[in-house]
Write a protein that binds this ligand. Structure first.
Ligand code: CAA
Length: 385
């Protein structure tokens, strides 16, 4: 039997900041953002949104379609952890009303960890093919104000249901790994924003892309570049996918057509960086933007600063479009975000809290799940709409 993604759903925040407005405020040419970074705007969380509320929104939409689900594992991938001990997945487990006999765990390795979660899920289903695994990637990219990383912020969650005989994408055993200790991007436990060596991070990303691809080809000698019909890249900003695509071509001494990545960037261009969810928003975009992908092979490049990368492949399943109608809400959600002024956005950015003193959050956004604040150091979540 094949194993892979049988369903997928997404969520993003209630607010958005236009990069035209940010450029205007900074006195920067907006073309730097639209052309130089390939970004138009980015999602901004309200005070009552966090990785848990985003994850619960995406996952509840997915689980509602599967009343008879067989979920026994909940793997929560993030680099925006809300607690240094408890898994954010446990909050989601409660908000979704899942049964107690579920294994719940959080995984971290920058933007890479959702891929590790997915591969762990495949391993579990190999042993227990009657069961299902809920993998959730949820992140908020939040850089310090007035830094080069600021225009590459964003937020979102992707929930994926992994099972045998999947309806969307069957993951293949083709996979290649890469790890190198690089200080390109990291967030110490006392900091709410990352430290970034931006230009080093670009080089580290490109090295890792080539390294993971080479390892995959060593492990799967029968596979050729021509066997891959579309490439999906981690997209901290969509121009990065173009850089990676070009770099892969140069590395292999071939010219790679831009059409192989074009359809995967429409969502992230409007969403911004969603760290470990970003590659899977690229997948959501790829599947919704092209109805002719049945039996086509996707090549996934997953990268997480620090740095770890993996290249793996999956085959789109016949009939997949039937299972994607619900993703229509994706564009509707993006359009429904309320536009912040730069002043409102900066105020929201300043009001973010890392501490766990008592506080309550204003009801900011029309969300399905709310982060209500902290009582006695315990984070409080509510079901909203
Ligand atoms: N018109 C058109 N293009 C313009 C322009 C203009 N007026 N002005 C500048 N540009 C272009 C530049 O030529 C450049 O394009 P190329 O790289 O193709 O030459 C692009 O706009 C960006 O310009 P700069 O390099 O000068 O931009 P910067 O130094 O201000 O910052 C950045 C860019 C380093 C990516 C910064 O946004 C950053 O640090 N971001 C966070 C880190 C990041 O996203 N790294 C990505 C790899 S790591 C990763 O993927 C993990 C992760 O998620 C964080």
């Amino acid at each position: 039997y094949s194993i892979g993604l049988t369903d997928l759903d997404v969520a993003t925040t209630g607010y958005v900041l236009s990069l035209d407005d940010l450029a205007d405020y900074q006195g920067t040419d907006p073309a730097k953002y639209h052309l130089g970074l390939g970004q138009d705007c980015f999602s901004v969380p309200g005070a009552d949104e966090d990785i848990v509320t985003l994850a619960a929104t995406a996952a509840s939409r997915l689980v509602a379609r599967h009343p008879e689900h067989k979920i026994t594992q909940l793997y929560f991938a993030t680099e925006t952890g809300v607690d240094q001990s408890k898994s954010a997945g446990v909050f989601v487990h409660q908000l979704l009303g899942l049964a107690p006999n579920v294994r719940t765990v959080e995984l971290k390795q920058a933007c890479y960890s959702a891929t590790a979660a997915l591969q762990l899920a495949v391993g579990h289903i190999t042993r227990f093919p009657q069961e299902q695994v809920l993998v959730i990637a949820s992140d908020i990219a939040r850089y310090a104000l007035d830094t080069p990383g600021e225009p590459t912020q964003g937020a979102g969650a992707v929930a994926m249901l992994v099972s045998a005989e999947p309806h969307l994408v069957a993951l293949e055993p083709v996979t290649g790994f890469y790890t190198a200790d690089v200080n390109d991007f990291w967030r110490p436990t006392d900091s709410s924003t990352p430290y970034v060596n931006g230009h080093l991070s670009l080089d580290a990303y490109l090295d890792a892309t080539a390294g993971a691809y080479d390892d995959a080809m060593r492990r799967a000698p029968g596979l050729d570049l021509e066997d891959i019909d579309r490439f999906l890249h981690h997209q901290p900003f969509t121009k990065m996918a173009r850089k990676a695509h070009r770099h892969l071509g140069q590395h292999l001494g071939v010219e790679l057509d831009d059409a192989l990545i074009e359809e995967s960037m429409s969502v992230n261009r409007q969403l911004g960086n969603s760290y470990t969810a970003s590659l899977y928003f690229a997948l959501a975009a790829q599947l919704t933007n092209n109805a002719e992908l049945a039996r086509k092979r996707l090549g996934f490049f997953s990268y997480g600063s620090g740095s770890v990368a993996e290249f793996f492949t999956g085959v789109v399943q016949p009939g997949y479009t039937v299972h994607l109608d619900y993703l229509e809400h994706l564009q509707a959600d993006l359009n429904a975000r309320k536009t912040l002024s730069v002043e409102q956005y900066r105020q929201l950015h300043h009001s973010y809290r890392l501490d766990s003193d008592n506080y309550t959050t204003p009801t900011d956004t029309a969300t399905s799940f709310r982060f209500a604040g902290v009582t006695d150091h315990v984070r409080q979540y509510e079901t909203g709409l």
